[in-house]
Design a protein around this ligand. Structure first.
Ligand code: PGA
Length: 243
C-alpha cells in the first residue's frame, strides 16, 4: 500500500485524477470502478477539465459503480445514477451504454445482485477501483459487520451512514434505508485500488483502516491485503497515522 499526502482537497483531487487519467491513457478501454459521495467531486471536475483540453478520451472507457440506493429512480437527484451523469458521464465523451450503476429500482435483491456481479465478470473485471471511506470505515456501502461480504448484495444502512448522508436529503426520513453495493470480495478483485480521503473527521477511520487490525468491523482494513492500493489523503485525513 502506498499512501500519498496532499496538502488540501484540491491537491488530493488532482493527484487522484492523474492516476485515473494515466489508466485511461495507457489502456483506453479500461474498466473503471467509480464511486460517488462528496470526496470524488473535485477529481471528476479535474478529469472533465483535462477532457475539455483534449488530453483525455473516454470513448472506449467502461465503468461500473460501487453502489446505489435501493428504491431511488434514475431521475431522483440523490440517486447515484443521477450523480454520475451530473458529475462525469454527461460532461465527457463516454458512451452511456458503457456505464453501469446497480439498478436501485430493481426490487428483487437476489436478481439485481447476481446480474451486477455477472456483468462485472463479463467485462473482464475492474482495472482500477476508486473508493472513498466512511467515518465508520465503510467502503461502498459495506458497513461494519461480523464478516466480510463477498459479492454484490443488498445492505441495511448503518444509522451513522444515514446520519452522514441526510445532508443531501430534505429530511432524515427521506434517506433510503437500503442500498445495493459491490461486496468486499468484488472490490478486492479489482486489479488496482485508488482510495481518496479528506478532512479531519476521517482521520480516525484512516488510522484504524490502514494501521489497525484487519477486521470486518472496519471494512476498509481488508485493503491491507490487496497487492496494489494507493491511498491519497489530505493532511487532515492523514493526521492520525503513525509516522
Ligand atoms: P463522502 O462519502 O465522500 O461523502 O464522505 C465517502 C463514503 O462514505 O464512502
Amino acid at each position: 500500500m502506498r499512501i500519498y499526502e496532499a496538502k488540501d482537497y484540491q491537491e488530493m483531487s488532482r493527484k487522484a485524477a492523474n492516476i485515473l487519467s494515466a489508466q485511461v491513457i495507457l489502456k483506453p478501454d479500461s474498466v473503471l470502478g467509480l464511486a460517488t459521495g462528496s470526496t470524488p467531486i473535485g477529481m471528476y471536475d479535474q478529469l472533465v477539465e483535462w477532457y475539455k483540453k483534449g488530453d483525455l478520451d473516454f470513448s472506449k472507457v467502461k465503468t461500473v459503480n460501487l453502489d446505489e440506493y435501493k428504491g431511488l429512480t434514475h431521475d431522483n437527484d440523490q440517486s447515484y445514477y443521477y450523480f454520475m451523469h451530473e458529475h462525469l458521464f454527461d460532461r465527457v465523451n463516454i458512451d452511456p451504454a458503457n456505464t453501469n450503476v446497480p439498478d436501485g429500482t430493481e426490487e428483487d435483491p437476489e436478481k439485481e445482485c447476481a446480474r451486477y456481479e455477472k456483468l462485472i465478470e463479463s467485462m473482464g473485471g475492474v482495472d482500477i477501483q476508486l473508493l472513498g471511506i466512511g467515518h465508520n470505515g465503510h467502503i461502498g456501502f459495506n458497513e461494519p459487520d461480523s464478516t466480510f461480504a463477498k459479492t454484490t448484495h443488498c445492505v441495511d444502512l448503518a444509522e451513522s451512514t444515514i446520519e452522514a448522508n441526510k445532508r443531501f436529503f430534505a429530511s432524515v426520513d427521506d434517506v433510503p434505508r437500503q442500498a445495493y453495493t459491490m461486496g468486499i470480495g468484488t472490490i478486492m478483485k479489482a486489479k488496482k485500488i485508488l482510495l481518496i480521503v479528506n478532512g479531519e473527521s476521517k482521520a480516525d477511520a484512516v488510522a484504524k483502516a490502514f494501521f489497525g487490525p484487519v477486521t470486518p468491523e472496519v471494512p476498509a482494513s481488508i485493503l491491507q491485503f490487496h497487492s496494489d492500493v494507493v491511498v491519497i489523503g489530505d493532511s487532515a485525513a492523514l493526521s492520525k497515522i503513525p509516522r
